[in-house]
Design a protein around this ligand. Structure first.
Ligand code: NAD
Length: 472
């Protein structure tokens, strides 16, 4: 694929942007500039929204089987690009190629496949007395996405929106925009009707604000930081537009005294380090029963040391760089402050050896973390694990819930009912018991400041529907 892209995808074709400005794309492992995309303007967003608006009526009225067939063609065109998707994400984000292939390319394909099936069934109607209750697509959706799972986060919005009969204007992250171009190459090949999906790249301050505040956008579906989610809510509130927000997290991995400690710590460390810790649902707080605490600390340090840092294209690499220099600085500042606040460094840290070039931070495990400290409260978005001891199940639940976030979490116990009881008391959108696998059809989303609404599966599709009561 050409890494220097110069056009937007509007109304079913590649068109020139309104202005000439561009945004450079960096390889975070080498700090070299490897590509560029246009920096869009409000005028580009106007064109995209107009195209989506024009396309809406006919797409909404399209037979669900035909919408499913269009998504199926898109799935085929994207599947043909699997290796290229993994390579582009490894290049612009730094995810190790093996992980990029499995997660960054594999997961969105699985999600899209699921929506091919869900799109084929029309939304259920209901009778309520003499009312017929019908579900209808909400209209034009503005999708604004971040850089950490740059294709998955797009597909998790675009696929259900299209399946529901909505049309879409997408703005991907300016840090990782290239993989979205691959998606739109696939859209073009699949022959989706003009205007049904539109791409405008650019900054959040210009293109993101223009989408979120646009009168022609009926719903804004956003994934990113809680601060930006707040801003988008305010912009959408001015015209009472619906928002769906997938925001930050600080999830707790609760390891009870009767857990299989080896598995719990190994899987827990792997989860916290996935994608260099740049995962909103990462279990970044490991809560361990005091009777197993020292044993867990030794296991956690050893597990983290088993993640070699390096070139994402090298098969031996398990941990790539962070996405940007500013992200690296933020993460290092958090580690420094955490140690100043009393946390005990077990492995990694600021002086650990890392490759000379690239935005690398060594996998870092900190013990004795105060549950109220910034290290336990702030989303760090780096390869940093905070370990905290607890005395009993009530204490574990209290620490787990001591967070303004509530996106994900885990419980480990030899007793399934005990684990379930703890899981049900956790104020969070998802809990995995004893390392149960991620379910791409289950609802994904946050309690508290982790967001509003759910993505994936039928719950994700519901977000893009309106409800109408017809009396007769
Ligand atoms: P971010 O909020 O800075 O940016 C996300 C997107 O919003 C980007 O496309 C950006 O250009 C755009 N944006 C920025 N300012 C905007 C504005 N004023 N108006 C409209 N759009 C604007 O987040 P990020 O740094 O790209 O991503 C990291 C954050 O995202 C982390 O906090 C992480 O937890 C969160 N995240 C959450 C989920 C989830 O599903 N809950 C998934 C991934 C990332």
């Amino acid at each position: 694929m050409d890494l220097h892209r110069t056009a937007f995808y509007l109304d079913g074709r590649w068109v020139s942007p309104a202005a000439d400005d561009t945004i450079s794309v960096e390889n975070p492992a080498t700090e070299q500039l490897v590509g560029s995309v246009p920096a869009g303007t409000a005028a580009d967003v106007d064109r995209a929204v107009a195209a989506a608006h024009t396309a809406f009526e006919s797409w909404a009225a399209t037979d669900p089987a035909d919408r499913a067939a269009a998504l199926d063609r898109l799935h085929a065109a994207l599947t043909a690009r699997t290796d290229e998707i993994a390579r582009i994400v490894a290049l612009e984000l730094g995810t190790p190629l093996k992980v990029a292939t499995r997660v960054q390319a594999g997961l969105p394909l699985t999600v899209l496949r699921g929506y091919v099936e869900l799109a084929a069934a029309p939304p259920a109607t209901q009778r309520v007395g003499h009312s017929l209750v019908v579900r209808e697509p909400i209209g034009v959706v503005g999708a604004i996405t971040p850089w950490n799972y740059p294709l998955h986060q797009v597909v998790a919005k675009l696929a259900p929106a299209l399946a529901a009969g909505c049309t879409v204007v997408l703005k991907p992250s300016e840090l990782t925009p290239l993989v979205a171009y691959l998606l739109f190459d696939a859209v073009d090949e699949a022959g989706l009707p003009p205007g049904v999906v539109n791409l405008v790249t650019g900054t959040g301050a210009v293109v993101g604000e223009a989408i979120a505040g646009h009168d022609g956008v009926d719903m804004v579906s956003f994934t990113g930081s809680t601060g930006t989610g707040r801003r988008i809510s305010h912009l959408a509130a001015d015209r009472i537009a619906r928002v769906a927000l997938e925001l930050g997290g600080k999830s707790a991995n609760v390891i009870l005294d009767d857990a299989d400690l080896g598995a719990a710590v190994k899987v827990g460390v792997g989860n916290a380090l996935l994608n260099s810790g740049q995962t909103c649902a990462a279990w970044t707080r490991m809560l361990v029963h005091r009777s197993r605490y020292d044993e867990a600390l030794a296991l956690a340090a050893r597990a983290a040391e088993g993640y070699p840092l390096g070139d994402p294209f090298d098969a031996a690499t398990r941990l790539g760089p962070l996405v940007s220099s500013s992200q690296r600085t933020r993460v290092r500042d958090h580690v420094e402050r955490g140690i100043a606040d009393g946390a005990r460094l077990l492995t990694g840290g600021l002086d650990a050896e890392v490759p000379e070039r690239g935005h690398f931070v060594a996998p870092t495990v900190l013990a004795d973390v105060d549950p109220d400290s910034a290290l336990a409260q702030e989303e760090i978005f780096g390869p940093v694990l905070a370990v905290i001891p607890f005395d009993d199940d009530d204490h574990a639940v209290a620490i787990a819930n001591n967070s303004r976030y509530g996106l994900s979490g885990a419980v480990w116990s030899g007793d399934d009912n005990r684990a379930l009881a703890v899981a049900r008391r956790m104020r969070t959108g998802a809990v995995d018991i004893n390392g149960a696998a991620f379910n791409p059809l289950a609802p994904f989303g946050g309690y508290k400041q982790s967001g509003i609404g759910r993505e994936l599966g039928t719950f994700g599709l519901d977000e893009f529907l309106q409800t109408k009561a017809i009396q007769r």
